[in-house]
Write a protein that binds this ligand. Structure first.
Ligand SMILES: Cc1cc2nc3c(=O)[nH]c(=O)nc-3n(C[C@H](O)[C@H](O)[C@H](O)COP(=O)(O)OP(=O)(O)OC[C@H]3O[C@@H](n4cnc5c(N)ncnc54)[C@H](O)[C@@H]3O)c2cc1C
Length: 414
């Protein structure tokens, strides 16, 4: 694989960009792989990448029913932060955030990581208490966050209205090294690096069955035929319940559509990410100038990967209280993704009742930020059978009552 560099860009500019090679290969599946990962979203691709990079396991196929990054990875609002409450969460999200800092150099692919700062507004007394508690917990965990005053909020976000009619801004939890990254680029960067290691990324190939013998996984049935493997990783977000059923076990997850929308592009007006969890909305400005707005999840389980009018209305109506200037914006696009929610709002990275079969799911509304940390831990779990990053997130916790309650950090906020 040729390296991307300023020199390469100049060379290709001089020859009408005819010399670029394909970023990743599209091979036909082999009969057998050491590891098969189902789902070429960020988490599946990152798992494959760290299996190769950290453990030298490269006889790997990543199987995707659509196109890579076409699931939630290409549909999210790209917020990256690690200001969670519980220790196991802080560990995996902070590992991920720190890997984002050097991801472009590591993958030789510009993922446009922009550590512009993430702010979670406190608009009720309960939120003040909750976020001050998180700031203290983060200090003990080595995660840099701080509680800031309304005056500091206004300094950082001049377009904000502090004295909202229902919910005034009473302060905020601020993570200066949180931010955003280009979501497609994260998937594309990992895919290119996996392909360069000789791994197979097989798109337009749906897994329709999980094969097993004597309680051990032996392979998968797909729309392109049967593929044998020694280890199987199920990394399919909103479709985790479907794949688990194929493998013969049940998961404590619910699938719902989560929606987002963007406005027409406008001049730069807000250079941080702001979340207003009480009124249920959050906003950042993309490099193109669009205001990227996240809304809520549907109130009922479904697999509809699309937006709906009432969500636009509810989300924009709520945000206008805090950002009156957006009342004059035209909205351009809306969309939805199928997210997989657990009861404690924490993910599952775990062995399963089927030997050799592992699962990575339950990231719900907030898994984009976790992609590199999740891939790192999942690869270690699959290669060695255990990982300090994933230990607390095993399936057993639901049976044993060891919940990792992140409903404040992840209930609305993404
Ligand atoms: C609107 C919205 C906004 C969000 N905002 C944020 C945010 O700001 N910050 C944040 O951290 N997170 C956010 N998220 C959550 C985040 O997008 C997800 O947690 C994350 O992308 C999940 O990645 P994944 O790789 O697990 O899943 P996906 O990217 O969904 O990948 C799973 C893949 O599995 C494939 N698949 C499914 N079934 C099969 C099968 N049978 N055979 C083969 N392939 C199959 C799918 O086609 C899909 O490509 C948001 C999500 C949405 C929908």
């Amino acid at each position: 694989m040729k390296r991307y560099s300023a020199f390469a860009v100049a060379r290709e500019a001089a020859r009408y960009h005819l010399g670029w090679e394909r970023a990743w290969a599209s091979p036909e599946p082999k009969k057998h792989y050491d590891v098969v990962i189902v789902g070429a979203g960020g988490h599946g691709l990152a798992t494959a990448y760290y299996l190769g990079k950290n453990f030298g396991i490269t006889n790997v196929a990543v199987i995707e029913k659509g196109w890579l990054g076409g699931g939630n990875t290409g549909r999210n609002t790209t917020i990256i932060r690690s200001n969670y409450l519980q220790d196991p969460s802080a560990a995996i999200y902070e590992k991920a955030r720190s890997l984002y800092e050097t991801m472009s150099q590591d993958l030789n692919y510009n993922v446009m990581f922009s550590p512009r700062g993430v702010m979670m507004l406190a608009q009720t007394q309960h939120e003040i208490r909750g976020y001050q508690r998180t700031a203290h917990a983060n200090a003990l965990q080595g995660v840099q966050t701080e509680w800031i005053s309304p005056a500091r909020v206004k300094e950082l976000v001049p377009i904000i209205e502090l004295k909202g009619p229902r919910y005034p801004v009473l302060g905020a939890l601020w993570q200066a090294r949180g931010g955003t990254a280009r979501h497609d680029a994260v998937a594309w960067g990992y895919a290119r690096a996996c392909s360069a290691m000789g791994m197979h990324i097989i798109q337009q190939c749906e897994v329709t069955g999980v094969r097993q013998q004597d309680g051990r996984v032996t392979g998968v049935t797909t729309s392109k035929g049967e593929i044998a493997c020694d280890k199987l990783g199920l990394v399919v977000a909103g479709h985790s319940g479907v794949l688990a059923e194929m493998a013969g076990f049940r998961l404590p997850v619910e699938s719902v559509a989560l929606q987002a929308l963007v406005s027409e592009p406008i001049k730069p007006c807000m250079d941080v990410v702001v979340m207003a969890n009480t009124v249920h909305g959050y906003m950042s400005q993309s490099d193109k100038g669009e205001m990227v707005i996240g809304g809520g999840a549907d109130g009922y389980n479904n697999y509809t990967q699309r937006g709906s009018f009432h969500h636009i209305e509810e989300t924009v109506r709520a945000l206008i209280e805090t950002f009156p200037m957006i009342s004059r914006l035209k909205m351009l696009r809306q969309w939805g993704g199928i997210v997989d929610m657990t009861g404690d709002r924490s993910p599952i990275l775990s062995k399963t009742p089927l030997e050799g079969c592992f699962i990575n799911c339950g990231w719900g509304t907030g898994g984009f930020k976790a992609i590199p940390g999740s891939g790192w831990g999942m690869a270690e779990l699959m290669a060695k059978g255990h990982s300090p990053l994933t230990e607390a997130f095993s399936l057993d916790r639901f049976r044993e009552g060891r919940f990792i309650d992140e409903s404040v950090a992840a209930g609305v906020a993404h």
